[in-house]
Every structure is written in C-alpha cells, then in structure tokens.
Design a protein around this ligand. Sequence first.
Ligand code: PLP
Length: 484
Amino acid sequence: MKELTGTTGHIFNEPLLWEKGSTGRMGYSLPRRDVDTVPVAKALAGNGPDFPDLSELDVVRHFTRLSQWNFGVDSGMYPLGSCTMKYNPKTNERQASLPGFAGAHPLLPAPLSQGALKLLFDLERYLGEVTGLPAVSLQPAAGSQGELAGMLIFHAYHQSRGRPRSKVLIPDTAHGTNPASGALCGFKAIPLKSNEQGVLSPEAVAELMDEDTTGIMITNPNTLGLFEDNIKEVARIVHDRGGLVYGDGANMNAAMGIVNMAQTGVDVLHLNLHKTFSTPHGGGGPGSGPICVTRELEKFLPVPRVVKTEGGYELCEDYPESVGKVHAFYGNFSVLIKAYCYTRSMGPDLKKASQYAVLNANYIRESLKGVYHLPYDRPCMHECVFTDENQNRFKVTTLDIAKRLMDYGFHPPTVYFPLVVSGAIMIEPTESESRETIDEFIAAMKSIAREAQEQPELLHQAPQNPKVQRLDETLAARTPCLTD
Ligand SMILES: *Cc1c(COP(=O)(O)O)cnc(C)c1O
C-alpha cells in the first residue's frame, strides 16, 4: 500500500545549545596570526559572553532538527478555512529580494525611485481590475487595518455630507476584526443575523438599516464559504438609506476574475495580499491589506498617493479630504512586490486559480457529506463547513477529530469558527493541492470517523505521533513555556 504522509519515523530530541559543545570547539578558522599579541584593555576583558563553544556541524544539526518540529504549507496540506493558507510560488520571494528592490531606501527622491513607484502604480491598477473598484491605496499593513481605513473613509464621506452617523451593521458570520474596526472608528456595531441558508436576507437588513447607520460590512463569500446571493439587494437597501457598503475581501481567493465587487454594490473593499496574493502568512507578518474604492470615494484615500505625471511617477500628498496616513512610507513594500509578480505571472489564470479553489472545496464537501454533518447543504465556494454532530453520539468532538488528523500527517483545519456553527470544522483546500493529496485527506477524515465509532478512546488521546501529545489548551495559551 502507498505510504501515507503521517508523522511516524524519526522525531529528534534536541537539547539547548548551552547543553551541547565543549570548551574550545569552534565553528570557524582564522588565518595564522602574523602580528604581535596585545593585551585587551581591562574594561573589555571580563568573563566574556556566555556563548557555548560549538562546531559548524553542531549548529547546522541543531537548527535543522528544530526546523523538523514545525509544520508548514511546505511540508504538507494546511487546510485552514477563512484565512487562506495557500502555497506561494517561491519565484515571487526571489523577485522581492532582488537587490534593487530589497535595498531601495524609502526616502530616496522620486527621480531615483521610478521603478519602485511604477510597480506600486501598476499594482494599484491590477488590484483595481481584479475588484472592479478603480482607486486603490496600498498602505494598510493588514486586512484589519484596511477595515479601519475603510471605516475612516465611511466617516469622512458622511462628514463631508454634513451628517456623521454612529452605527455600522455587522453580520453574525463576520470575522472578529469587523466589529473591532468599526468600534475603533467610534461606530456602534449592530449585529445582523444570517438566515437558515447561512446568508444575509434583505428583510433583516431593511429592518436595521436607518439614517444613523453609516453602512454595512459584508464578507463575500462569507466565512461559511457561502456566496451572499442577496448582496445586490442588500446593497440597494443600504444605498437607498444613504449608507455605504464595505466588502471584506479576505475570501477573494474564491472570486478572482469571476465576481466584479463594484457591480455587486461594494463601495470599499480590502484585499489580504498575504492570503490571496502570494505572501506566506502566519507567524506575524509582514502583511498587506490594500483598500480599493469607487471613484466617488477616491478623494478620501490615505496619502501619499502614487501619481503618474509627464515627468514620471511621483508621490502626491495634495488630497485635502484624505483620511491621512495609515502606515509609514507607502506600506509593506516587499509584500507588494510579491503581489505584483504573482498578478503578472498569473494574468488571466487568476480566474482559474479561484475556480480550482472552489472545485477542490466542493469535492471535499461532496466526499465527506454524510460522514460528517453539513450544517448548510448547498454548493460552497472556497471552503466547506462540517460539524461534529454525527460523532457526538460517541462522545467524540471537533477537537478530538482535529487532533487525530495530526497523526495522519495533516495540519488540522480551522475549528469552532465561525461561531454561528456549533462544533464547526472548516476546511479550505485551496487551488494548489493535488487530487492525490486531497484524496488522502478525505481518506484520513473517513478513517477518523470510523475510529470515532469503533475506538473513541483513541481519539480522546490523540495525537500520539507528534513530538508533543494532547496539551492542556488553556494552560498552553495562558502559561506558555518559552525557555526550555
Ligand atoms: C483574515 C481575515 C480578516 C483580517 O485580516 P488580517 O490581515 O488578519 O488583519 C478579516 N476578515 C476575514 C474574513 C479574514 O479571514
């Protein structure tokens, strides 16, 4: 039988570097001394730093062994939902580290930064094309900061019409950053219930949308992986009452080249370049969350803006109605280079990437349907949501299933999110996983469902194969052991 990519085999122990080595061992060789020795000044002498004496091989093995305790998208399938964790082509990293880009100083005058400015200018146009919203700022450093910039624009818009508003509508499927961004901007977040189909109903929006509500924040596809099919009607209601529509584009991986967000009624949308446009994420950044807006709202975008003049490209600060600056210089440039290379190298195939992402998620949904309970039994977009309802009979929970997946060599999917689904297991395979890998994942999930029925205690003790087994989740989060 074909070997599965499980976690058996060598799992190395590795002590601290301070417990290794031996006095006098060295990792380098200096040429023979050809000058006289001079005593080191007294103040500099002391006992010296507490560094262990190690050979080059000691150090190489130490860090290589430690690296094998990790799991990333380069080692196996990483099916987290909502946050797209897809494989990012290495060539984009390479282009971003070209010396001309990596060494460019942000304070260089425009005439000496024409290449960098052109890249920013063109990337704005590409992202405008992908979203249908033509005016773009690349400044925000994350989706959440894009949301904040968007909320500032909502405020500036209403202010400019002489009547600031105080509330914002947030669907119950929203990512936690949505109400947080609204609140940071001084808006009261009004929760909006989604219907039995897992999407927004125009009636619910009509009931809450009033003349003191700045607008609505909508994630489309939403965090259940479902397309908000009433979006046009919802946007019409919000616009009719003077509000604006914010699109959370974190799930754009399902819609590139397929959905024109402007035509669905969105006025401001952020993209997460570290999700959809080829910057690896997790581990703390850097990220990038550009915002794309309608021509009508362009004057409120953060400054500086990159503009094209007869003499070349320039940074322009002259936008009196701008919400101001939201990031140093013009954002996280290295991420923008990767997004530029990705967009250029994919071209019209961006659409194919989204189609494959959606196909793969639906393949998993159909293959595991019945084995795991599907709370919303309808075609999904880039991710599908199951629950542990069928396994609860055997006292097996979502957490047990997620932990057991590690024994089969897969990173667990997102669990217990979105909050509207009890015991949620949210799977996003992305476009880049092969049919074979996805089939192995499905086989592992089916095998775990069998185990739940036949040997539930096995799942309660999972995982068995990884370096550390079942942790006390609360203790691990509250009292992390960072020193040994
Ligand atoms: C990831 C995500 C965000 C926040 O984006 P960050 O870049 O992590 O700040 C917002 N909404 C949704 C739906 C997301 O998945």
